[in-house]
Design a protein around this ligand. Structure first.
Ligand SMILES: [Zn+2]
Length: 52
């Protein structure tokens, strides 16, 4: 497996539910804060994928 360090970094984000909360996760290892609404977690994920 080769890793492209200089290429495009694709952030594949997903939202996961933890109990009553929902949070965003990314393949790069990033994790968003726990949110009460999945829509907020998705907003976090989109902001991260956009370069946050
Ligand atoms: Zn990421």
């Amino acid at each position: 497996m080769a890793q492209d360090e200089a290429g495009q970094r694709e952030h594949r984000t997903t939202t996961v539910e933890q109990g009553r909360f929902c949070l965003a996760r990314c393949d790069c290892g990033w994790r968003g804060p726990a949110r009460r609404a999945r829509s907020l977690a998705r907003t976090d994920a989109e902001a991260h994928a956009a370069g946050g």
